[in-house]
Write a protein that binds this ligand. Structure first.
Ligand SMILES: *Cc1c(COP(=O)(O)O)cnc(C)c1O
Length: 232
């Protein structure tokens, strides 16, 4: 008998890929330009392994310790992304595991990361987290702060700044988030014009709104519960 978890997870992955493909088609985009980051936070390594067996290679965790515990138990070809808030005192440990850091939310954190990356001989991919809704409870640069800090960020030679990331305010109706995704893309286009740098990537969209994010230009979607199940 095949393991029911295995059947469920590979079916879920297939559904998510199909949804990404149809959202991309609606926006006249190539689905290959969208990377699925499977958010495995809180799920045990055995469940993550089932996703690996179904072909998934990119995983997201929001706690350094959890990444440290899981990554060594899984195949070494996997690509681990840190997706949430990262404390400055965890940067060294984070860079040892994660190729990509999605929540770079201040110049201070970026400087710390650059310094440690230089010491460790690393060049992490980073996404700058933007708090467009200016929610007090959320991390991220405001658009004004990012414009002010951008020249200083560009001087951090060890960081490969890929683009922007957003965690929008939660709304029951995912359509309500569409303007926020569109605004992140427009802000990215602004930065590209003003600073003449490529910022090809947009990390936006989670289980309940990733299809809308893809329609609005997401190049990475961070999807957990639609693959693994509700975290309860
Ligand atoms: C947990 C988490 C996700 C995935 O959320 P789901 O609703 O389970 O898809 C995406 N991004 C971040 C930053 C998260 O913390």
């Amino acid at each position: 008998m095949p393991d029911p978890d295995s059947i469920r997870i590979s079916a879920n992955l297939e559904t998510v890929h199909a949804q990404i493909a149809s959202a991309a088609a609606r926006a006249h985009r190539d689905p290959k330009d969208v990377t699925l980051v499977a958010v495995s936070k809180t799920w045990p390594v055995d469940l993550v392994r089932l996703a690996v067996e179904a072909g998934q290679t990119v995983f997201g965790e929001n706690k350094v310790q959890e990444g440290e515990a899981k990554a060594p138990l899984l195949p070494s070809h996997l690509d681990w992304h840190h997706i949430g808030n990262l404390q400055k005192n965890k940067v060294r440990k984070a860079l040892a595991i994660f190729s990509t850091i999605h929540g770079v939310d201040s110049l201070d954190l970026a400087r710390q990361m650059d310094r440690i990356a230089a010491e460790e001989g690393l060049e992490p991919a980073v996404y700058l987290q933007v708090n467009l809704a200016r929610e007090a409870s959320k991390h991220g640069f405001t658009d004004e702060d990012l414009c002010r800090d951008f020249p200083a960020l560009l001087e951090l030679g060890r960081l490969r700044i890929q683009g922007l990331m957003i965690i929008p305010p939660f709304t029951e109706d995912p359509e309500a988030t569409r303007p926020m995704f569109a605004a992140l893309r427009a802000f990215r286009d602004d930065l590209v014009d003003r600073f003449s740098v490529p910022l090809p990537e947009l990390s936006m969209g989670m289980s309940h709104d990733y299809t809308i994010a893809v329609e609005e230009g997401a190049t990475l979607v961070r999807v957990g519960s639609a693959i693994f199940g509700s975290r309860g």
